[in-house]
Design a protein around this ligand. Structure first.
Ligand code: FAD
Ligand code: UDP
Length: 377
């Protein structure tokens, strides 16, 4: 009997491949008409490779994850850099030595920047909210300049209403390192994410059914077990109320006569405009093209669920759904939407590899292709 996997993003595709290689027949569905979930990329009308659902930059400290994905793609080394537009200036974010010197007209060395930040920071204990995190490390002026407006736009909430982990994603530096991430492995799939997913799912035991919603097969498809990677509240018919997810509207644009629009991959707009950031894809992909393609991200409340919103109320509501999930026989909840975690791609892959390993043990095969586990009641 087959296994049903709902969602063909990183969570579902990774699990599908592992289970197929262990001998399970897998039916992998996605309600969208493409695979790769939010990492889906494609060539736009002008032929530039773009990320449909906003910029996806791969980075990880996990050799295991990087090695596993490397079976399905070559890589192009890429270290992401971000500038924040503040007035007429474009300043490195995360805040580093250059940010401080350029913003305040100073010429501090590393020790000078450390002393400057020490004089500005507003120590907080414990670090409960994102406001605590930012004030504790850089104080209120830098918080107002780089974090308050951006956060209000991105989440529709104040920094003080978000859990500490949100702002803690962005470090503060006293040196000149202007990379957005410092992970050991930083690279983009050489032919894009979609191509990598195509190879991952190219296995005789995987049957891919795009354009298929879980509700269409929920009560009709016989299966040994289910791996569900959609929103957890939707699975339970929102019985405890809707779990808040933040959405985005993506405004894609091709500029035919502009070989390069901005100095780095992403420019953030903490204080101006309704969008949070502009990303220029050619930086990420290294593609050579006479024009360029960009995306602006407009955060919004309604629409596709992209981000779980990390704050205590929501975590409490998620726990109620998680309790239902734990009692659901032979259904396993995985990924950013089903686990309601602000996961990066590599964390989802790590989580999927671990779940697949547990499932292979929990549902043993007598011989290749014939599961011995009992059918669900
Ligand atoms: P998803 O990719 O969301 O896949 C879930 C799939 O399930 C979707 O394809 C959906 O259509 C399908 N589905 C849902 N419900 C149903 C249903 N009822 N029936 C059938 N199918 C269903 N991570 C990074 O590491 N680096 C980045 O730079 C980065 N940038 C990001 C930028 C943006 C704008 C966003 C939104 C996310 C970013 N991420 C980034 C996070 C990354 O997108 C996620 O970690 C990853 O996509 C999660 O994979 P997933 O499989 O859990 O979920
Ligand atoms: N953030 C900010 N200003 C910035 C960059 C980030 O205030 O210039 C805050 C904001 O709350 C954002 C969070 O830090 O949502 C995490 O940023 P990240 O770039 O990791 O967000 P993502 O790429 O996941 O959207």
């Amino acid at each position: 009997m087959s296994v049903l996997i709902v969602g063909a993003g990183f969570a579902g595709a990774t699990t599908a491949r592992c289970l197929a290689e262990a001998g399970h027949d897998v039916v992998l569905i996605d309600r969208r008409d493409h695979l790769a979930g939010n990492a889906f990329d494609r060539h736009d009308a002008a032929g530039v490779l773009i990320h449909e659902y906003g910029p996806h930059i791969f980075h990880t400290n996990s050799e295991k994850v990087f090695t596993w994905l490397s079976r399905f793609t070559d890589w192009r080394p890429y270290e992401h850099r971000v500038l924040a537009r503040v007035g007429e200036q474009e300043l490195p974010i995360p805040i580093n030595r250059r940010t401080i010197n350029a913003l305040y007209g100073l010429d501090l060395d590393e020790a000078g920047v450390a002393a400057f930040l020490e004089s500005r920071r507003e120590p907080r204990e414990p670090l409960r909210t994102s406001e605590d995190v930012v004030l504790n490390s850089v104080g209120s002026h830098l918080c107002d300049t780089f974090f308050r407006g951006y956060t209000r736009k991105q989440w529709g909430l104040e920094l003080s209403e978000l859990s500490a982990g949100v702002a803690a994603r962005i470090p503060t530096r006293t040196n000149d390192d202007d990379r957005y991430f410092t992970d050991t492995f930083q690279a983009m799939p050489a032919e894009g994410y979609t191509r990598m997913f195509e190879r991952m799912l190219d296995h005789p035991r995987i049957c891919l059914r795009l354009g298929t919603d879980f509700e269409q097969v929920r009560h009709s498809l016989p299966r040994l077990f289910t791996v569900y990677t959609g929103p957890i509240d939707a699975y339970f018919g929102h019985c405890h109320g809707a779990l808040p997810y933040r959405s985005l509207r993506f405004e894609h644009e091709h500029l035919p006569h502009t070989p390069r629009l901005q100095a780095v991959g992403t420019v953030n707009y903490p204080n101006d405009h309704a969008y949070t950031r502009i990303t220029e894809f050619k930086h990420l992909t290294g593609q050579v093209h006479p024009g360029t393609s960009i995306v602006r991200e407009y955060p919004c409340a309604e629409g596709e669920p992209y981000y779980p919103i990390p704050r205590p109320d929501n975590e409490a509501l998620f726990k109620r759904y998680e309790a239902l999930a734990e009692a659901e026989p032979d259904v396993h909840f995985l990924g950013r939407l089903a686990q309601y975690r602000y996961y990066n791609m590599d964390q989802v892959v790590a989580s999927a590899l671990a779940l697949a390993q547990r499932l292979v043990l929990a549902y043993p095969l007598a011989e290749a292709g014939s599961p011995v586990a009992a059918e669900p009641a």
